[in-house]
Design a protein around this ligand. Structure first.
Ligand code: OSB
Ligand code: MG
Length: 377
């Protein structure tokens, strides 16, 4: 089946988190994103581009994604007949970088084709599970007691795996305090590139705390120092920001820079590349798990579908909807099962209903592009 992409909408949204989320690169309270809708025939597909207000995790922002989507990516698909979302990477191959923008558009195309074929995204990607194990990612707290309180509350909600964000000055003492309070809790840390190899002593001191993994301790473009750090530790390093392509994943694995990879479709330019990375990790026995970007219900549905693939053997950063926003953009909301899993949507496409009025309410600006009116917006 081929579909001619006739029109697309972009909404630049700002949606307030229930509580601010602090990482080593900053504090986020109002989450910006670009919501994308593509249309073909009588069908629509929705996507979420997770580029935010500030270029901390990625160089992309909602504003750069607006520019790249509107001026380059959408003109490459509008008016074009395509037979599946997996064709997008080749259509936009010549546009360098901007994986978050590309992934948001690919998500909308997956949703569109899922509806056209009556198949869920999980089914289209090769998912094998109808519920996936999840954990919670806890932002940097003002002090150790606040962190213990926050973790205690999340355990009360039923989460059975906890990740805490760390940064220089808020690291070893926090992890030690947590480990003392919760001796057998599956626990991992995420530094978001905040350290250098000279800080290795901090990670060596964490090595006996039985962490599941240490995520992205060093700079995103530094595979070699991750190799050196990994050689000092028995705890597995996990790469997030470093891995933008399958090639990066292969090189990091072969060099022994990490023992685990965090897969985010957004960071690698879409689900096609995410599945490719999953497949090559699985073939080499490298465990993967699904990362998160504080998505609305649109991106969360897509993450659940990705996490249903067989190589996703560690719990994902995919918490229940109510952990993030007072009001979401898509329904039904995702809830945590008593075994710290979330159900994978089984309805066609993303398997959710987007509420266009909610999208409008959180919208800072909207643009509509049509096949007949290609070009800059
Ligand atoms: O590094 O995993 C990360 C959120 C924003 C940017 C980067 C990261 C995160 C998270 C949030 O850890 C995970 C979630 O969506 O719950
Ligand atoms: Mg991370």
């Amino acid at each position: 089946m081929t579909l001619r992409i006739e029109a697309a909408d972009l909404w630049h949204i700002s949606i307030r988190l229930k509580g601010s989320f602090e990482t080593s690169f900053g504090v986020e309270l109002d989450r910006e994103a670009i919501v994308i809708r593509v249309r073909a025939d009588t069908l629509a597909g929705w996507g979420e581009c997770v580029a935010g207000a500030y270029p901390g995790y990625s160089y992309e922002t909602a504003r750069t994604a607006w520019h790249v989507l509107g001026d380059f990516l959408l003109p490459a698909v509008l008016g074009v007949s395509i037979s599946g979302a997996a064709e997008l990477p080749s259509l936009v191959q010549r546009i360098r970088g901007h994986p978050l923008a590309k992934a948001g558009l690919e998500m909308a195309l997956w949703d569109l084709f899922g509806h056209a074929q009556g198949k869920s995204l999980s089914l289209l990607l090769g998912g094998v599970r109808d519920r996936v194990p999840v954990g919670v990612s806890v932002g940097i707290q003002p002090d150790a007691p606040a962190l213990l309180g926050a973790v205690h509350a999340y355990l009360g909600h039923g989460y059975r795996r906890v990740k805490i964000k760390i940064r220089p000055g808020a690291d070893l003492d926090r992890v030690q305090a947590l480990r003392e309070a919760f001796p057998i809790l599956p626990l991992q840390v995420d530094a978001n590139s905040a350290y250098e190899l000279k800080d290795a002593g901090i990670f060596e001191a964490m090595d006996d705390l039985n962490l599941l993994l240490i995520e992205q301790p060093l700079a995103e473009d530094d595979i070699l120092d991750h190799v050196r750090l990994q050689a000092l530790l028995k705890t597995r390093l996990c790469l997030d920001e470093t891995i933008l392509t399958g090639r990066h994943a292969l090189q990091a694995i072969e060099a022994k820079a990490c023992g685990v990879i965090n897969i985010k479709a957004a960071r690698v330019g879409g689900f096609t590349e995410a599945v490719h990375i999953h497949d090559l990790c699985r073939a080499r026995g490298v465990p993967v798990w699904c990362g998160g970007m504080l998505e609305t219900g649109i991106g969360r549905a897509a993450n659940l579908a990705l996490a249903s693939l067989p190589g996703f053997v560690l719990p994902g950063d995919i918490s229940a909807s109510e952990r993030y926003y007072a009001e979401d953009l898509a329904y039904p909301l995702f809830t945590l099962n008593s075994d710290s899993t979330i159900d994978v949507p089984s309805a066609p496409g993303l398997g959710i209903e987007v509420d266009p009025r909610a999208v409008e309410r959180f919208s800072l600006r909207h643009a509509e592009l049509r096949a007949s009116a290609k070009g800059p917006i």
